[in-house]
Design a protein around this ligand. Structure first.
Ligand code: THU
Length: 162
């Protein structure tokens, strides 16, 4: 038997330490969160993608009275980018939340389904997607590679014929 341990590589910083470009992207995500449709959770999530040509693509969570029919902000943004800019690589994705229901201090970490989807497009574009995670506090986490958030993800190799 052999024990193994994983190391997750990322940085924690304060908002004032962000570069201008990253601060702008996070501000876009924050502004977008105001357009979330979240009447059931009142948890307003905003995602902003910066593509390699500089285009910003936004997403917000969209809820539904039949709960599973809704979608997270991250997937709304990624699917929109893939639809409208299919050949532009995603460089960075900023995610944040705005809610009065709880006072969140740690940055918002994408749900498992969103991590799986982010990784699909990271594999497709063959270059890492950088993540900027924030919430309502001053604390920001940056991951240079979205893979850091999905160890042991389900990957295409599993479906390959042997
Ligand atoms: N939500 C997101 O949009 N992104 C996440 O990473 C986590 C959760 C949404 C889904 C639902 O509309 C609300 O937040 C509460 O779960």
């Amino acid at each position: 038997m052999e024990e193994f341990k994983l190391t997750i590589k990322g940085i924690s910083l304060t908002r004032s330490e962000l570069s201008d470009a990253d601060e702008q992207l996070l501000k876009s995500a924050e502004d977008a969160s105001k357009n979330a449709y979240a009447p059931y959770s009142q948890f307003y999530v905003g995602a902003a993608l910066r593509l390699e040509n500089g285009t910003i693509v936004l997403g917000t969570n969209q809820e539904n009275v039949a709960y599973p029919s809704g979608l997270c902000a991250e997937r709304v943004a990624i699917f929109s980018a893939s639809t409208n800019h299919p050949n532009e690589r995603i460089e960075t994705m900023a995610i944040t939340v705005n809610t009065t229901k709880s006072s969140i201090v740690d940055p918002l970490s994408p749900c498992g389904n969103c991590r799986q989807v982010i990784m699909e497009y990271q594999h497709k574009q063959k270059s890492p997607i950088r993540l900027i995670l924030a919430s309502q506090s001053d604390k920001v986490w940056i991951f240079e590679d979205a893979a850091a958030l999905l160890p042991f993800g389900f990957e295409a190799d599993y479906l390959k014929n042997s």
